[in-house]
Design a protein around this ligand. Structure first.
Ligand SMILES: *Cc1c(COP(=O)(O)O)cnc(C)c1O
Ligand SMILES: [Zn+2]
Length: 415
């Protein structure tokens, strides 16, 4: 076995622990309908030696090969997934009285959002498993990312998103050749449409023929998107010299990035690459769609469907997440919390961070910065703590969040 082969062994239900074969296409647990998680033979990996070996590898998410699911990593569909930078918000931190606020800037990934991580790994693994057609509901960015990586891999893609998703998300999915449908509704409605489509295709095909029946690639309905997203946690650990920050703020929709990092930290600890300390994970939601925050405040183990979801932060407009119980468990086990921010404060934070520190954040990323003064006031973060906030997408994908307020001149006018 090559030293850098995947150590993937099997899939395991996140709720009941049932085991499934990892080398055939799988969706949810047949027993309870809960998400399956990839498991690796971590005992065979020496974390310290592994950390040293990483130095010689390409500066991309693919450097963590052993803890990624691809059997043939050389054939992965790649669009140039750089390790994203950690950019200090120096003036924002000074303004808020916080010693260390850093942005992990996911807007620099292909397709302009961290959804590229899930799509790169999810699409590559789907192709390895003989899947020829992926179908997914999306709030927007995942549709753009999966369409792009499907094009790269030579797979068909069907994408269903809300009709009021950002225009760029529709266009990027259309231009890369996906079959795109817009639903007058939310991502939850899109999910039901995709499920009906797949059930119908299966009936027509008379079974689960991987080549002709589209594969349901909805968030957490397939086990490999989260494996891509967890690389945010690997990168953060490596970039921080294997000493994790005190606090992580994450804009939480389906929560896969958050669950993914939590899983990544457990895997790093299992191989001895980090110790048992964990950052407090803080889920930031929009006040107009905050099912996880409500469940957190009620001390519930799972969330209820959020009626009338509405926010400019379209990536976190998810009224009910399949993995809500895992998000809530991650918050509890790390001593974190959940907090909701209204759209006015999100927009104000987009402007403030852009002016103070030059970064044009997505509204989702800006929500994490907007949460800081509230968390400080409530004693949930300390002034001297090392805080990392995730900007999950590029502000450039959301031009309508800011006004193009600039006076117009004729060529003969003077300033
Ligand atoms: C999808 C998305 C999120 C939410 O991600 P989850 O990991 O599913 O919670 C946050 N921000 C942006 C920009 C997104 O596209
Ligand atoms: Zn199960």
């Amino acid at each position: 076995m090559r030293q850098e082969a995947s150590l993937l062994t099997h899939l395991e239900c996140s709720a009941c622990g049932a085991r499934y074969d990892a080398d055939t296409p799988q969706n949810l647990c047949a027993v309870d309908g809960k998400p399956l998680l990839a498991r690796y033979d971590v005992r065979t990996l020496d974390g310290h030696a592994w950390r040293d070996r990483l130095a010689a590898r390409p500066w991309s998410l693919w450097r963590y090969t052993e803890l990624l699911p691809l059997r043939r990593p050389d054939e992965a569909a790649s669009l140039g997934e750089t390790v994203t930078p950690l950019t200090p918000l120096t003036r924002t931190g000074q303004r808020l009285g916080l010693a260390s606020v850093t942005i992990k800037d996911e807007g620099l990934l292909p397709t302009g959002s961290f959804k590229a991580r899930g799509a790169a790994v999810g699409v590559s693994r789907a192709r390895e498993l003989g899947i020829g057609h992926v179908a997914l509901p999306t709030a927007g960015n995942a549709g753009g990312a999966w369409a792009a990586y499907a094009a790269r891999a030579g797979l068909r893609a069907t994408v269903v998103m809300p009709a009021d998703a950002p225009a760029i998300n529709v266009r990027e999915a259309v231009v890369t050749g996906a079959d795109v449908r817009l639903v007058r509704g939310l991502i939850s409605d899109a999910g039901a449409i995709v499920a009906r489509y797949i059930a119908h295709s299966r009936e027509v095909a008379g079974g689960d023929n991987a080549a002709s029946v589209p594969f349901d690639a909805a968030t957490l309905k397939e086990p490999y998107r989260i494996e891509g997203k967890k690389t945010m946690g690997f990168e953060l650990a490596e970039q921080s010299g294997w000493k994790l920050p005190d606090v992580i703020l994450y804009p939480c929709g389906g929560g896969v990035g958050l669950i993914g990092m939590w899983k990544a930290f457990d895997e790093l600890e299992a191989i001895g690459a980090i110790d048992a300390r964990r950052p407090r994970l803080i889920a930031v939601q929009a006040a107009g769609c905050a099912p996880i925050v409500r469940a957190w405040q009620e001390g519930a183990a799972a969330s209820d469907f959020w009626q009338g979801a509405e926010t400019i932060a379209s990536g976190i407009r998810v009224p009910k997440a399949l993995g809500d119980f895992l998000v809530l468990r991650a918050l509890r086990e790390t001593g974190g919390c959940a907090i909701a921010i209204d759209d006015g404060e999100i927009t104000a934070a987009v402007y403030a961070v852009a002016r103070d520190d030059g970064l044009f954040l997505s509204p989702e990323g800006a929500a994490t910065v907007a949460a800081l003064p509230h968390l400080l006031e409530q004693g949930l973060i300390g002034r001297d703590e090392r805080i990392v906030a995730f900007n999950t997408g590029a502000g450039l994908k959301y031009p309508d969040v800011v006004a193009p307020d600039a006076p117009v001149m004729d060529p003969g006018d003077d300033l």
